[in-house]
Ligand binder design. Structure first.
Ligand code: ATP
Ligand code: MG
Length: 564
């Protein structure tokens, strides 16, 4: 028996597995699988399932398969298969040689279905989809038997074979399990096992005219792969009796299905159907739009695989549905990036500053620390000159009481630079808008310390105008205005809650020159502004940065309380 990794907190699923190992239920094996349907890109909810399945396999020294549940040819695409493989790998997991497709088992599934027919436990039904629904009954009313329920085994075998041969049109017949139309569990009321579909499949081409339904295909795929623990989300709890019925009737290897609560995240949706709508109706630029909760979107936004794995570990696995606060995901990425990305200076909303007592043609190189959290990340030089940019928000002509940054007559520190004092405010005569500030600097404060012990209350970031790199910066906010999107008003679509300001593009930002040529995907902290990463749209001429997440801006908080 193998003990689970002791550094990880246990959860009820790991407890069950540890117990099964104790009783030697599966000869000491642990074998899980991640079974995505290739009908969309993976999202952060899938990451939870991936971390659970691959994580459990790792902790118990077992195996985890990647299996595409590709039983629905009309909605599935090769693009999705490729994106899913890429995302699972990027998250840091490896299926080794165990990449499978449910479609690999179509022949075996067919043979098992024939076996169930021969046992008199399945029949070909000619009811239409609507009629099947009508006959099924409701939660409070029992269903009615189909008039085709008592077809002979011979007739069923003949019809099923002809369904396979493509003799009948789509929707004209189904194969149904013969269980119990009066069962309290609607899933057991003679569920459909096969439907007729004359559709091209991305792997089997036009070989099949019938396709197995999810409930039938899933348990058989698990059985064929000798999965020990088939972990799925809570909505499949009511399907478990059917899962068990198929495997027991066939008397084949039987995994144990265990259900856990799916992840819901505030301010976003985690349903492929809804995410497809956002992509197709162009509410976002694509599956990898940095506002999307997809793995591809989070990657482009600047999330690291470590931060996502850490998030999944923190939320754990439980039996009860809940909504996890997006702030927790943001906390996880901040915590990761804080330790390992370099800090640089970038001005997003520039205000020009002229240091009037600094020589015109002089420039000097100042020493800057790359990450105070990690001295091994070293130092770099930042250029200083007479013309600088500071953040427009860091100056107030008429500063409120608790505003300690630059104001007329006030002295502040420029990070790694000098103390500067505002001596003049230049405005556009027509609009009254502030166009530049004139400041003096104190040459004795080089490096940011005053030899006479003079104190200043604020330290600002800045960049030297003639040296700076001009860049585009994209600021992202929640895609939705509402935290709980299950709570959308009656009759309204979830899209009625889209945040119209989820993207703000700043086209003239100035970044210190050490970022020249930074590769797509590189991550930085822009001091005081947040964490950013280089977008793949970036070019040498025009670097583009995505804001991954803000730092917590304490002034914004103070100002909010002042307004209240
Ligand atoms: P969606 O509702 O987004 O279409 P799905 O369940 O149909 O999701 P699948 O491709 O079938 O998507 O999911 C693959 C695996 O990921 C399944 O085991 C499923 O239970 C799990 N999964 C999907 N969404 C979540 C979620 N929000 N939280 C946890 N696990 C999830
Ligand atoms: Mg599914």
């Amino acid at each position: 028996m193998t003990a689970p990794d002791s550094t990880r907190p246990s959860d009820f699923i790991r407890d069950i597995i540890a117990e099964d190992l104790k009783t030697n239920k599966y000869d000491g094996r642990v074998h899980t699988r991640f079974p995505p349907e290739p009908n969309g890109y993976l999202h952060i909810g899938h990451a939870k399932s991936i971390c659970l399945n691959f994580g459990i396999a790792k902790d118990f020294k077992g195996l985890c398969n990647l299996r595409f549940d590709d039983t629905n040819p009309t909605k599935e695409e090769v693009e999705y298969v490729e994106s899913i493989k890429k995302d699972v790998r990027w998250l840091g997991f490896d299926w080794e040689d165990r990449l499978f497709y449910a479609s690999d088992y179509f022949e075996q599934m067919y043979q098992y279905a024939v076996q169930i027919i021969k046992m008199g436990k399945a029949y070909v039904c000619d009811l239409s989809a609507d009629e099947i629904r009508e006959y099924r009954g409701t939660l409070i009313e029992p269903g009615k038997d189909s008039p085709y329920r008592n077809r002979s085994v011979e007739e069923n075998l003949d019809l099923f074979e002809r369904m396979r041969a493509g003799e009948f049109p789509d929707g004209s017949r189904t194969l149904r399990a013969k269980i119990d139309m009066k069962s309290g569990n609607i899933n057991m009321r003679d569920p459909v096992m096969y439907r007729i579909l004359h559709a091209e499949h991305h792997r089997t081409g036009s070989k099949w005219y019938i396709y197995p339904m999810y409930d039938y295909a899933h348990c058989i795929s698990d059985s064929i792969e000798k999965i020990t623990h088939s972990i799925c989300t809570l909505e499949f709890e009511d399907h478990r009796p059917l899962y068990d019925w198929f495997l027991d009737e066939l008397n084949i290897y039987h995994p144990q299905q265990i259900e856990f609560a799916r992840l819901n995240l505030s301010y976003t949706v985690l349903s492929k159907r809804k995410l497809i709508e956002l992509v197709e109706q162009r509410y976002v630029t694509g599956w990898d739009d940095p506002r999307m909760p997809t793995i591809a979107g989070l990657r482009k936004r600047g999330y690291t695989p470590e931060s996502i794995r850490n998030f999944c570990e923190r939320i754990g696995a439980a039996k009860r549905d809940s909504i996890v606060d997006m702030a927790l995901l943001e906390y996880c990425i901040r915590e990761d990036l804080n330790k390992r990305v370099p800090r640089v200076m970038a001005v997003l909303r520039p205000l020009k500053v002229i240091i009037v007592n600094y020589p015109e043609n002089k420039a000097e190189e100042l020493d800057a620390i790359n990450n105070p959290e990690d001295p091994s990340m070293g130092m770099r030089k930042v250029p200083f000159s007479r013309v600088l940019y500071i953040e427009r928000d860091d100056f107030r002509e008429d500063p409120p009481k608790q505003f300690f940054r630059l104001a007329p007559g006030r002295e502040v520190r420029l990070r790694y630079g000098y103390y500067v004092k505002c001596v003049n405010v230049v405005k556009d005569e027509q609009t009254g808008k502030i166009v530049e500030l004139h400041c003096t600097y104190d040459p004795k404060t080089r490096g940011g310390d005053s030899p006479d012990g003079r104190k200043v209350k604020a330290t600002l970031h800045w960049v030297s105008a003639p040296h700076a790199l001009e860049a585009e910066v994209r600021l992202y906010d929640h895609l939705f205005l509402k935290a709980d999107l299950n709570d959308v008003e009656e009759g309204k679509d979830f899209k009625s809650n889209i945040n119209p300001n989820s993207l703000e593009v700043l086209r003239s930002c100035y970044i210190e020159p050490s970022l020249t040529g930074a590769a797509a995907g590189s991550r930085y902290q822009f001091e005081r502004m947040g964490y950013f990463c280089v977008d793949p749209d970036s070019s040498d001429k025009k670097p583009v940065f995505n804001r991954t997440v803000t730092l917590r801006d304490t002034w914004a908080k103070i100002e909010k309380t002042l307004i209240k």
